[in-house]
Every structure is written in structure tokens, then in C-alpha cells.
Design a binder for this molecule. Structure first.
Ligand code: SAH
Length: 427
């Protein structure tokens, strides 16, 4: 790996180019690595601090760059725009590390970024609510492709881009030094890695994985399987929304669709729900969910678990004329990108329509989308269409998003993937 050359001090001595009348190019910055020269006019998104460079925006690559290498992104005149991680295999050909010409992309740079991300979480006083937190949230923490989740004294690292792949050991060293976890586990096995030309990997990076790992979130114990569970083991982003559903569940018959390891169900049971029916297609998830009921000494007789496809199960419940007072719909990502939005819209409409029909008057529907390709607006329109077709009127009681340890960069709206509507059926 040629990381050394990224730290070359030579590039610090930027040469200024006289500004032309038609196009004011940024100053040139000397660099002995490769340069990614953008087409005329295609520098705008980078100037707006969006961290992605799409392959279609690139005029040419000057010099030799391997996947993951730091390159200098330049405007059409060769003026400095940003330092970024290169990946020839991805449509996102570069992801920005820094917009500062004087920045060195080295281990110390990453240590500072990680420390800054940890400071935010500390300021949020998350430890008052949970020992399961998202410590690093990719682009939104200035580290494109890097996810780090904390489950008690275990950290789970997920690398989703060639840039972060290259700095894997550096991240492990920094996290070990700054957090002193018992274990750092790598779960780099998301489907997105194929788009980056990366193989899947899932293994212990540092320390030893404890056998029975659990987090305590708002007083609820949740077993987490970081090695084989979904994502990094748990859906930390729904923490606040689970608490909200717990509060709304008192005295209600609850239906939790796509329940995974029972997150919303556990809160509903503790919140005093009459009954909770939870549905998921994964037998492993349901097994862990039932263990979680025991772990919290909750009344298992009020909980019913069903391994089924939610699309089919909702139809069956409709045919059986079952009714509920609170329904949670938290499906997986139907639309990873905008290209899948139409197909996803049909799926969202289908389950929301069925859910509206299963609700008693005054019932609550908590409906979520974690699809980056479906905007807040579109999601609300889909749900409104579903209510119309189900012939119900509903009001929005809460509009919710991911918890605060999943911040969103103003310049990177794509980071706001999770959206939810808590609706009350009025008639
Ligand atoms: N609400 C959960 C997270 C849900 S993740 C929490 O708070 O922790 C989405 C879940 O949907 C996964 O557990 C997955 O197994 C399940 N799933 C995906 N497709 C499904 C389908 N068609 N029917 C039922 N479950 C499905």
C-alpha cells in the first residue's frame, strides 16, 4: 500500500493560478499522487460539500491510483477541490475525506475524526439511555463507508467502501486506544460491498467475542448476535421510536410486523399492552426475541410470535377479521436507491393499506421506511394513498427519524434514510 505518499508534505505548497474571467478555478495544490479531474461544471456538488463523486462527473484520472488510495479531486482547470478515497470499481468513484487543501490523510487524521464522533455521542449523554450506540455513522461523521456500533463493551466495525477498507487496521487501533473495548468484531458483509468490488468479511479483529452479549436500552435488556444477526446485530436507529411505542401501548392489542429480535414488542409488553403479536420471516430472530422476553421477565402469555411473510400474514389476519389498536410496520429496505422507488412504493402501499384495515377506530399505525431511495415526502404520499384506499382518515401524531447518534450532514441528505409516521385513525 502506498499510504505514505498521501502524507507527503510537498502538496502543502499550493501554487496559485491567476483567475480567468469566465471560470474562477480553485488554487492548485502540488501532490505526487493521482488526480481526479472533473468535467467542466461538475465541481458544483463537491463545492456544496456533498462527499460523493460519481464516475460520470470525471473527465480523466491523472496518474496511477488503486482502489482505496487517496486522490486529489480537481476542477477542470486543475484547481484543488478535495482529498478523496478512489474506487474505480464503484459508480461512486471517489468519497471525500477532506475539503482542506492543507489536510494530511493519515492515521492521525482518522484518529481526530473518530475522536470527534465519540465526543458527539458523549455530548448526547447516550449512556443515560443505552449501552448500545452508533459511534460512527459513515458520511455523516466525515468517514464515508465506516459504521461503528457499540454493544456494551463490544464494538462492531462495518466497512462499506474501498477507502475505509484500506484503513481498517488504523480504525481498529484508534478504536482500541480510545474506547478499550473487550472485542472489535468486523461485520463487513453488507450487500453494498459487491457494488464497491469488495469481498464480504466477518471476523474478530481485536480481543475475544463474549458468548452472551446484550445491551440495556432504556432499561430493557436485548440480546445481540453480532456475528450472525442482521446489520451489525441490532437496529440502534429505532431506539427513541421503540420508547415512543412503549408509551403508546398501554391497554392496547399490538401487532408488530417485521419484529426482528422483538425490539418494539418488548417495549410494548413493558408498556402494558394487552397482547402483542409479532411477525418476522427469520426463525433465528424470533428465537432471540423470545429469549429477550425471558431476559426481561416479561409476561410471555401476552406475547404471540409468528414466523411468516408479513405480506401474506396481514392478508390472513384480514380474512380472520382480527383487529388491533396499535400496529408497527418496520420493514427492511425496499429501495436501496431511487431506482427501486417505484417497486418499493407498491410494497409500502400494500402493507400500509392492509394495516389500516386491521386497526380499530382510534387505532395507531407506526409506519417506517429505511429506504434511502424513498424521500420523506414520497413516503408520506404513499401512506396517504394507502389510507385513502383503505377508506380511513388519519392524522399524523409524530414524524420521527433515526436516533441522534445517527446524525445527518446538512450537505448529505442521503444520510436521512429512516423516516416514520405515527398516525392515529380518526374515522
Ligand atoms: N423493528 C426491528 C427491526 C426490523 S428489521 C427492531 O426494532 O429491531 C426488518 C426485519 O424484517 C428483519 O428481521 C427481517 O427478518 C424481516 N423481514 C424481511 N422481509 C420480511 C417479510 N417479507 N416478512 C416478514 N419479515 C420480513
Amino acid at each position: 500500500m502506498n499510504q505514505k505518499r498521501h502524507t507527503s508534505p510537498s502538496r502543502r505548497h499550493g501554487k496559485h493560478k491567476p483567475h480567468s474571467a469566465s471560470f474562477v478555478s480553485a488554487p492548485k495544490v502540488a501532490f505526487d499522487g493521482a488526480k481526479l479531474v472533473l468535467q467542466t461544471g461538475r465541481e458544483r456538488s463537491i463545492l456544496r460539500r456533498h462527499p460523493w463523486v460519481f464516475s460520470g462527473a470525471v473527465e480523466r484520472v491523472e496518474g496511477d491510483a488503486q482502489s482505496g488510495d487517496t486522490v486529489q479531486v480537481c476542477d477542470a482547470e486543475g484547481g484543488f477541490l478535495a482529498w478523496a478515497a478512489y474506487n474505480s470499481e464503484s459508480q461512486i468513484v471517489a468519497r471525500v475525506w477532506s475539503w482542506q487543501a492543507e489536510e494530511k490523510i493519515d492515521a492521525d487524521f482518522f484518529r481526530r475524526k473518530i475522536a470527534r464522533a465519540l465526543t458527539l455521542r458523549k455530548d448526547l449523554k447516550l449512556e443515560l439511555h443505552s449501552n448500545g450506540t452508533r459511534m460512527i455513522h459513515g458520511e455523516s461523521d466525515g468517514l464515508p463507508g465506516l459504521i461503528v456500533d457499540q454493544y456494551a463493551d463490544v464494538l462492531v466495525l462495518q466497512l462499506g467502501s474501498a477507502g475505509v477498507e484500506l484503513w481498517r487496521e488504523t480504525f481498529a487501533d484508534c478504536l482500541q486506544e480510545l474506547c478499550q473495548p473487550a472485542c472489535i468484531y468486523e461485520r463487513s458483509d453488507s450487500d453494498g460491498r459487491a457494488l464497491e468490488g469488495l469481498e464480504k468479511r466477518s471476523e474478530v479483529l481485536r480481543g475475544q467475542l463474549p458468548e452472551n452479549l446484550s445491551v440495556t436500552e432504556n432499561g430493557i435488556h436485548i440480546a445481540v448476535d453480532v456475528a450472525t444477526g442482521q446489520k451489525t446485530g441490532f437496529y440502534l436507529d429505532q431506539r427513541d421510536n421503540r420508547a415512543l411505542i412503549g408509551e403508546l401501548s398501554t391497554g392496547r392489542d399490538v401487532l408488530n410486523c417485521f419484529c426482528y429480535t422483538g425490539g418494539f414488542s418488548l417495549y410494548a409488553l413493558r408498556g402494558g399492552a394487552n397482547t402483542v403479536l409479532s411477525i418476522d420471516s427469520s426463525a433465528d430472530a424470533l428465537q432471540l426475541a423470545q429469549r429477550n422476553v425471558e431476559l426481561n421477565a416479561l409476561d410471555a402469555s401476552r406475547a404471540e410470535w409468528q414466523q411468516a411473510d408479513v405480506f401474506e400474514a396481514l392478508r390472513k389476519l384480514r380474512d380472520q377479521n382480527r383487529k388491533f389498536d396499535l400496529i408497527v410496520l418496520d420493514p427492511p429496505k425496499f429501495a436501496p436507491t431511487a431506482a427501486f422507488a417505484e417497486k418499493a412504493a407498491r410494497a409500502y402501499k400494500d402493507i400500509n393499506l392492509l394495516a389500516f384495515k386491521l386497526l380499530r377506530p382510534g387505532g395507531i399505525l407506526a409506519t417506517f421506511s429505511c429506504s434511502g431511495g424513498v424521500s420523506d415526502d414520497l413516503f408520506q404520499k404513499i401512506v396517504a394513498g394507502a389510507a385513502l384506499d383503505a377508506a380511513v382518515d388519519a392524522q399524523i401524531v409524530h414524524k420521527v427519524n433515526a436516533a441522534a447518534d445517527h446524525p445527518v450532514l446538512l450537505s448529505f441528505p442521503e444520510g436521512a434514510y429512516l423516516k416514520g409516521l405515527v398516525l392515529r385513525v380518526t374515522g
